[in-house]
Design a protein around this ligand. Sequence first.
Ligand code: IMP
Ligand code: MG
Length: 171
Amino acid sequence: MVEIKTLIDEEKLHKRVDEIAKQIEKEYKGKEIIFVCILKGSIFFTVDLARRIKENVKLEFIRVSSYRDGTESTGEINMKLDLKDSIQGKDVIVIEDIIDTGRTLSYLIKYLKMKKPNSVKLCALLDKPDRRVVDVKVDYTGFQIPDKFIVGYGLDWDEKYRNLPYIGYIE
Ligand code: IMP
Ligand code: MG
């Protein structure tokens, strides 16, 4: 049995999601926002954020698999599910669960910018700054965390533990 320890409990998690939602709502007053949810990990975060925002929020989904060299992503990305509707001229916020090396997001942001949106911002629930290889500008960050393997609230270990209601780590 693996042991999962709590890093961020439900109360702290929801409080922070509330704060980010308020900040986005304020900055996008009167605008329509397109959330680009990076599947599968960001699904819980995306839904919780969207339901707290009173502006129009439309949802798009992208699924990528990043090739891994041992434990790290290589930056080579395979698009498994692409956008369904055009984002041209739209205000886009990419919703990501966690930024590790930054390779996946740096690729995705370039890809989305080619589609000529009006703006693209990045919102990540978790950030492991110690692991960064490629510099990415994060506009909204939930928590900066130490270099641990995280599960819960969308994040998985071999597809398991995504449905834990809190953020845990595997020892
Ligand atoms: P990056 O390209 O190295 O930034 O990879 C980011 C992706 O790796 C995330 O979207 C996650 O899917 C996955 N990942 C990175 N760290 C963790 C972790 O601690 N737990 C679960 N998945 C992780
Ligand atoms: Mg992911």
